[in-house]
Design a protein around this ligand. Sequence first.
Ligand SMILES: Cc1cc2nc3c(=O)[nH]c(=O)nc-3n(C[C@H](O)[C@H](O)[C@H](O)COP(=O)(O)OP(=O)(O)OC[C@H]3O[C@@H](n4cnc5c(N)ncnc54)[C@H](O)[C@@H]3O)c2cc1C
Length: 379
Amino acid sequence: MNKTILILGAGTGGIITAKELSKKVGNKSKIILFEKEEKNVFEPSLLWLMVGKRKPQQVYRSTNKLASADIEIVIGEIENLNPENISVTVKGKEYSGDYMVISLGVEQLSEYNLNQYGHDFYTLDGATNFNEELQNFKGGKIVILVPSLPFKCPAAPHEATMLVESYIRKKGLNSKTEIFHFTPESGPMGVAGKELSGAVRQIVEKKGIKYFPEHQITSATEKKLVFSNGKTLEYDLLAYTPKHQCPKVIANTVLVGKSGWVEVNRNTMETNFDNVYAIGDITFIPLELGKPLPKAGVFAHYQAEIVAHNIAQKINKKNDFKTFNGDGQCFLEMGDGKAGYAGGNFYGSPLPIVKMKKPGFFWHWTKIWFEKIWFFKYF
Ligand SMILES: Cc1cc2nc3c(=O)[nH]c(=O)nc-3n(C[C@H](O)[C@H](O)[C@H](O)COP(=O)(O)OP(=O)(O)OC[C@H]3O[C@@H](n4cnc5c(N)ncnc54)[C@H](O)[C@@H]3O)c2cc1C
């Protein structure tokens, strides 16, 4: 008998899960992929959009293009979900299944009224609007602000500052411009270890970017930011990361643990409910060093492959199960056509073991290649 698999959210994790399951068991299952957005944005490209290296229409595809003979797309907000019965409701219609994969990512909100004064560069509109202002910028103070933790892609704000610095320098505005990065974190990409964090800080500061860790914003006005340590800064152009929280439809369910996120078996991504899995940014996976596994597409991607494999094993009545081992990599765009690349094992004990390769043109072109492959392969 055909099995029905409900995949919640067509972001990084949901897309990979659906496509892998289609390859493995598409002929003997019904795969339903639920997504509220019609535009499917490849988020790493938002950083290039900020500095005019992409046009808005180059960084997304239509979600409907994910449909295939084995994958049904349901566009609409999931209003309710029941892990016990393995069912969801969209636009008042209930869908039930045999397996459920929750890959709903994070809900993004504006805080401190920052949406009135700056641009949320984690969205298509925010990155587009930031770029429009940047094009007309004649000099002054630019701030990249992280107002709260956690935020996805620990590298992204650093990449944003370095890409903006490169843009400003090429426009000949560097003598009239200061670039600031404020964040509550104690250092860049801290989970990856002191050595890597120190190296990234050095790269950023060498470019003249003013980096202020352990700075928690407390209020903002049209021209001024105020921090909990009493520091204030008058700025001219602001880009910020949004507040990240567990999507409402999940937040009130028993799936959410003390962390405020979905807590799973870190190797199998199983929840407490049979045949219900959660992957990617919506999960909370504590690491030995006391911090959680960062929220990043690379983890959503690998976890999706594992979950798809294991569901296919169950459907095929086999038991060659695989586990997610905490491996991950990330690019670090540095401007001037160069990037760094770091990778390793985040489940490393007692600390993650992550190393950075020598930055250069190669990694930048590899990131571009990855973007092209993503759109080509899945849309
Ligand atoms: C600027 C930027 C740069 C980045 N760069 C990198 C990078 O270089 N490398 C990397 O590894 N990661 C990067 N990331 C992070 C990466 O994009 C995310 O970590 C990744 O997309 C998480 O995958 P996910 O499947 O968990 O969630 P998502 O990809 O966010 O997918 C969740 C989906 O669920 C949908 N959804 C949510 N609620 C509902 C609902 N109620 N009903 C229906 N649908 C719903 C959402 O619309 C969304 O499409 C970057 C992120 C940003 C913002």
